[in-house]
Write a protein that binds this ligand. Sequence first.
Ligand code: ME8
Length: 502
Amino acid sequence: MVPKFSATTPIYYVTAKPHLGHAYTTIVTDAVCRWHRLCGDDVHLLTGTDEHGLKVQQYADAAGKTPREFVDEIAPLYADAWRQLDVKYDDFIRTTEDRHKRGVLKLLQACYDAGDIEVDVYRGHYCVACEAYYVEDELVDGNCPIHKTKAAYVEEENYFFRLSRFEQRLLDWYDKHPDAISPNFRRNEVIGFIKGGLNDFSVSRKTLKWGIPLPWDNQHVTYVWFDALSNYITAHGYGTDDQQFAERWPVDWHFIGKDIIRFHCVYWPAMLMSAGIEPPKGWAVGGFLMVGGEKMSKTTGNVVSPLELIDEFGVDGFRYYLLADTVYGNDGDFSYEGLVARYNSDLANNLGNLAARVATVVEKKCGGRGPAPRPDSPLAQVAADVVRDADAAWRGAQPSRALEATWNLIRATNAHLEQHEPWKMEPGTAVDAVMGDALEALRIVVILANPALPTTSQEIWRRIGLAGRIDECRVGVDTQWGLYPGGSVVEKGEPLFPRKKA
Ligand code: ME8
């Protein structure tokens, strides 16, 4: 049986156009999925948009539009951005779709029937930007701790999800699934939070119109987070296609930012447990990309548009920077200077230079045809180690480490060329041996780099005379040393990563 691999991104609020922070999480998810496809897995990547709630309603009001008109305008910008950034998603769910609503109603009813949803009065604070409730001592000078804006006092009848009943069940589940949250320090944070005692949370609002009415009380609409989290199962057929749901759930990874960890790692598994559904297999939690020391967000105004950067650095240059520059899980610092520096060092100097050098020497010293590699090349062991390390890193949702390993093979190959200086040799077997090994290493490099650089890796593949598509290669089979066929025509071409001025 073909192994299955499935991952999700958060579904993004349609109140802001896609920015670098959204692009970051989505590209990491895409690259990890691309690696699994290269391994031959049956892969599914789900993304989408979060379209209900007070925040969206307020933005629509401010724009003088109905919520429906407003969301219909913004949602396609996300799908377009992901297409432009070469994100290969399998499904894009919008929470305003009928299939989603049907699943949400089913989940609500299941939790209600289990006795875990009850009516009560909510008295406390609400931050619309987070769409989250805060108790008094979580506020900082009366403001939301994340947005630093006033959190409104709210007192209204709500239905509550009895989260407090799930403390022990959640702790037991995490005990049995010690690797479910990556990185590990985030797991400790979640466990600590649960042990600190869980409060019930509202699952409905009475004063809001823009949402899904509760199936048993249409005076209330569903709280936007209950609605949004459900997307991960409604997209997989919950409430509409039982067979599909049985085949696709639970997913392997929810990729999320650290800002939404409580919703995902505490509320969500409890909601699922209440309804008798298995929690997801794992959560890969990313840090924030900061700009000038601040989290990028519409509220702080330091928003960087991904689509402007791809004009300058190419889609692959931009993807590579995001994947390689920040260890997934830690915070990263975005800066234009950092982007130029990494582009120049890793892409223009290392990979670009290797591809150009190889083509030039093959043209001058090997009659334009690439020689075959030696089975006992010293680079063969380096390549085997790199394939192993890259595989482990991609599977562990660590793109920067996977690319670091891959670039070790590039560096070793450049060093191999510098050591032998084939450009100073006369044509013959010695040059052929050096260049065959370099071509073979480059062939393996571009397979390994393909999840980050889908277009340029394919172009290098073509230029070194190889047929077919990298995304049809298989890790473990095509990454074996010695498969570069001697005699292929090697083409130089224009520089793939022209150097940028610092
Ligand atoms: O929270 N750095 O949507 P959202 C890194 N709709 N990642 C960032 C980032 C930054 N500066 N800014 C945003 C929501 N992100 C809800 C989610 S899911 C059922 C509902 C990424 O549009 C990060 O992954 O505010 C974060 O978790 C997500 O965007 C939040 O996007």
